[in-house]
Write a protein that binds this ligand. Structure first.
Ligand code: FES
Length: 360
């Protein structure tokens, strides 16, 4: 009888996280990761799309529905031990999992509107988008947000992830944020944005997400950026300038196709002058015409790393941001050099278009 009178609300389940012993209420329409991030719990994750494996956790009790095949990301041992991907698992019952939470990323997830305050071209295909949000947001430099807008032709909401390109709280209200956006030919989001972006237009923002951030350590730092992947690294570097921590030597390698694809060189020079330790900035161009006057390095970044860093390469902690082929090739090279995977951190531009609307 009640079923006829009241609309049934979606089922809710309890997720218990061990060893922290935290309980979270989850709806049966959201993933474990989505539910915990809403509570500001610093759960390890990066892509939220079943592509990086960062959100793996051990299912101790209960049942989940898995959205994608996890076997290509988890080892045979992990599969046997009942590991799951939190970003691809929806609860079917109350659930108990085991995972080590991150420290320092306990930022509440914010969902708000952002009004475009400025659109500045950085290159012929990358623009800087400045948004004034209708709610304050906290994040750690290196993290990203999901931006959504309505496609002009399709009329559907389209979403993509972009790294914050400025330090948090750079303005007093903590409501102004900045992103670098590269136009992707045929990309629904960027084509819509490049066509429509104008001061006063609004977008939706959800974030912060990801655990790409500078880990404190005495080791020298190697940063590698490709294209608009400079955004999180600029935020990280600027943020470090304001700290009174011990200086760390830093090498920043910026990969681009041609000279016209390089940008913010003045800003990088300024950061380099203020950097408290050694600061090396090395642009590498992969498609600069041979007849041009460019006297810098040419080719692909992995082909230069050993020659550029020498013995220092094995001591560096590495931060990579850019297109997946660049990141994969750099990781392969670093691992072949005997560098521990735990000292390599990457933020890949993963395509989110296959996510269901519930997860986007
Ligand atoms: S696989 Fe879940 S966050 Fe990347």
């Amino acid at each position: 009888m009640f079923g006829k009178l009241f609309k049934k609300s979606p089922a809710e389940y309890t997720l218990r996280i061990r060893p922290a012993d935290l309980d979270v209420r989850l709806s049966a329409t959201e993933t474990l990761l989505q539910g915990v991030l809403k509570q500001g719990i610093a759960f390890p994750h990066n892509c939220r799309a079943g592509g990086c494996g960062e959100c793996k956790c051990r299912l101790l009790e209960g049942k989940v529905r898995e959205l994608t095949d996890k076997s290509y990301l988890l080892s045979a041992e992990e599969l046997r031990d009942n590991y799951i991907l939190a970003c691809q698992s929806i609860p079917k019952t109350d659930v108990v999992i085991s995972v080590d939470l991150r420290e320092g990323l306990e930022h509440p997830l914010v969902e708000c509107r952002g009004t475009i305050a400025a659109v500045d071209p950085l290159t012929h295909d990358i623009l800087r988008l400045v948004l004034d949000l209708d709610a304050p947001i906290e994040y750690t430099p290196g993290q990203y947000a999901q931006l959504s807008l309505r496609g002009k032709r399709s009329g559907e909401m389209v979403s993509r992830n972009y790294s914050f390109a400025a330090c948090p709280g750079a303005d007093e209200t903590a409501q102004r944020v900045e992103f670098f956006i590269r136009k992707v030919p045929g990309g629904h989001f960027t084509e819509a944005l490049f066509e429509q972006a104008r001061v006063g237009m609004t977008l939706s923002l959800q974030g912060p997400y990801g655990d790409f951030y500078l880990r404190p350590a005495p080791a020298p730092v190697l940063c590698v950026a490709g294209g608009s992947g400079l955004a999180p690294l600029i935020a990280i570097l600027k943020n470090e300038l304001g700290k009174a921590t011990k200086p760390r030597d830093l090498t920043l390698i910026f990969g681009a196709r041609t000279r016209q694809d390089l940008y913010l060189l003045d800003t990088l020079e300024q950061i380099g002058r203020q950097w408290p330790g050694r600061f090396d900035f090395i642009p590498i161009l992969s498609g600069e015409p041979t007849e041009s006057e460019w006297s810098g390095r040419r080719g692909l970044i992995p082909d230069h790393l050993v020659a550029l860093l020498g013995d220092r390469l094995s001591q560096c902690h590495t931060y990579l941001c850019g297109p997946p082929p660049m990141i994969d090739a750099c990781i392969e090279l670093l691992v072949a050099q005997g560098i521990q995977q735990s000292t390599i951190h990457a933020a890949k531009f993963l395509d989110q278009s296959h996510l269901s609307p519930v997860l986007r």
